[in-house]
Design a protein around this ligand. Structure first.
Ligand SMILES: Nc1ncnc2c1ncn2[C@@H]1O[C@H](COP(=O)(O)OP(=O)(O)OP(=O)(O)O)[C@@H](O)[C@H]1O
Ligand SMILES: [Mg+2]
Length: 163
């Protein structure tokens, strides 16, 4: 499946959707998260962490001063936030490619700051519809991404609650 979308009506629903993705994730999956300030990228990432069984003792936050936080779960979660990224070199120095091709799930907030450079499996765009409603549009970029979207679609997410 190439494209899939869902609408959520609360932060909890966005986290539930992220959790499903975390449950389905395989090593080497790279998910780009795009959307304005406060769209819900970190909220979604928190759900992904819970789907990967990351301990609550290692909470996913918007990393203000760091470009990368690592959380340990069923797979390692490499959580990048490129909001403050100033140069491509910074990302290279962090070893982005090694993480993305590695043993875990890579999530990248503000990925569009680096458009054209990042190799990824799925692109997620989160749109602010109203105070509590968000539309999440998923686009597959490789076979892993297509498999993931097919799995998400099979959960019969109805937009207002997970099955
Ligand atoms: N359906 C929803 N899904 C996600 N967040 C929602 C929803 N409805 C309201 N919110 C609120 O929107 C905010 C989303 O914040 P979050 O930190 O996840 O955004 P972000 O995209 O990571 O922003 P930033 O670019 O600043 O890191 C939270 O305050 C959350 O409570
Ligand atoms: Mg954030």
């Amino acid at each position: 499946m190439e494209h899939w979308e869902a609408t959520t009506g609360s932060p909890e629903e966005t986290r539930d959707l992220g959790r499903l993705l975390g449950e389905f994730a395989v090593a080497g999956l790279v998910v780009l998260l795009n959307g304005d300030l406060g769209a819900g990228k970190t909220c979604f990432a928190q759900g992904v962490a819970s789907g990967l069984e990351v301990s609550a003792a290692s909470p996913v936050t918007s990393p203000s001063y760091t470009l990368l936080n690592i959380h340990h779960g069923r797979l390692p979660l490499y959580h990048f936030d490129l909001y403050r990224l100033s140069q491509v070199d910074d990302l290279t120095d962090l070893g982005y490619d090694d993480f993305a091709e590695g043993d875990g799930l890579t999530l990248v907030e503000w990925a569009d700051r680096m458009t054209g450079v990042l190799v990824a499996s799925v692109d997620v765009f989160i749109e602010h519809l109203s105070e509590h409603q968000r539309k999440l549009s998923f686009k597959a970029l490789d076979d892993r991404g297509r498999d993931l979207l097919s799995q998400l679609a099979r959960t019969a997410w109805l937009g207002d609650k997970p099955m």
